[in-house]
Design a protein around this ligand. Structure first.
Ligand code: XIL
Length: 364
């Protein structure tokens, strides 16, 4: 669930409830503005607090998030050149990912980068406007270099089922995979309302699985929810081997960013009491298809294994399954301020790339 670190102190009911879960995410504390409140000055208090609590209680954490159009403080007002904004991006991700390196199960590298209108093109955020569309690729490469242990995600809302936005995300992800961008998964935020179709969300999760990508349901709340909504959403996840995390945005109706429009949007009521949905979800988890469980276990078995720094995602997996280290690295070269990789593509990442002038075997 999402929480602030501050709320996880003491022994109250909320803390007891939190300890029943196994994955935590900072609702706000690890975003750009709180972690880099002024340029080059970093603060990790909230994230450190959340991690300490999680580690003490056998839980993992998600890191949310590096690059977003919102809650980015001073960076949104720099109006810098492509190189300046790349440098700001690089310093931020290097620092935050470096600080939490090895402690984070999943990073939301990119948050909400697809436009709702404009043909679901990339959102014209201050990052996109200054750097260009390859800012997204660069963010993944930088994050992978800084924390090769964390699984790297692109997270967005309104793309939970099969629709124009999620189809645009499928196409984005296809391009990234072709270009050997270091993405591991897609985050579907799942800010939902009662009555959504399980089949629709399941089909959407599946099409990312068909591409070899994980899907995490990252910010779940269901306005006006009933028991069937919760078992439908969890069921859509459980029946897909590539659905690997199920995270609610809060845990009880008394503490949610939705305020009164929550209308029963979380599994515990405002007095921290479990709704019938909680037992129903436990029952569902106790009755999953063992074949899917086995496939999921195999799919995620590289988690926290030895990292392979600076190699594309499919090779990281191949390597961890025995062999191939170094076969397929994409080198990056500088041609002045423009950077071109070994395939002749423009690559924003190139400044300070560990690949520059180094490894030279091109993809087949
Ligand atoms: C929200 C938090 O819940 C609020 O406390 C804050 O005021 C604004 O951000 N999508 C996201 C989350 O990726 O970071 C947002 O969290 C909710 C929507």
């Amino acid at each position: 669930m999402a929480s602030s670190a501050g709320s996880l102190k003491g022994t109250g009911t909320y803390v007891t409830l939190a300890k029943t879960l196994n994955l935590l995410v900072c609702e706000n504390d690890m975003k750009f503005q709180p972690t880099e409140p002024s340029q080059g000055k970093f603060s990790y208090t909230g994230g450190d607090g959340l991690y300490t609590f999680a580690a003490a209680n056998g839980m993992r954490i998600r890191g949310h998030n590096f690059i977003w159009h919102s809650q980015s403080g001073w960076a949104a007002n720099v109006n810098g050149t492509r190189d300046q904004m790349l440098s700001i991006m690089r310093t931020h991700i290097d620092s935050v990912a470096g600080h939490f390196k090895g402690k984070v199960l999943e990073w939301d590298v990119l948050n909400e980068i697809t436009d709702d209108g404009n043909g679901n093109a990339l959102r014209k955020s201050f990052w996109q406007k200054a750097i260009g569309n390859d800012y997204a690729d660069s963010a993944f490469f930088i994050a992978h270099r800084a924390d090769p242990y964390g699984k790297l995600y692109y997270n967005d809302y309104g793309a939970d089922g099969v629709n124009g936005k999620s189809t645009a995300m499928v196409n984005l992800a296809k391009g990234w995979l072709t270009n050997k961008v270091t993405i591991d998964g897609i985050g579907l935020q799942c800010h939902l309302s009662s009555g959504f179709k399980k089949e629709d969300i399941s089909a959407n999760i599946k099409r990312f699985g068909d591409m070899g990508l994980r899907v995490s349901l990252t910010e779940i709340d269901i306005k006006g929810s009933n028991t069937a909504d919760w078992t439908n959403l969890l069921g859509a996840c459980l029946e897909n081997f590539n659905c690997t995390s199920f995270v609610t945005w809060g845990i009880y109706d008394g503490g949610t960013w939705l305020g009164s429009s929550c209308n029963g949007c979380l599994p515990y009521d405002a007095s921290y009491q479990p709704k019938p949905a909680v037992q129903a979800m436990i029952d569902l988890m106790n009755n999953v298809d063992p074949a899917v469980v086995a496939k999921r276990k195999d799919f995620i078995k590289t988690d926290l294994a030895v990292p392979i720094i600076a190699f594309p995602r499919e090779l990281r997996r191949a390597n961890l399954r025995g062999g191939m280290l170094g076969v397929d690295a994409v080198p990056v070269f500088s041609t002045g301020s423009e950077m071109v990789d070994g395939l002749g593509r423009n690559r924003a990442i190139a400044p300070n790339s560990p690949w520059a002038g180094g490894l030279s075997v091109l993809p087949q």
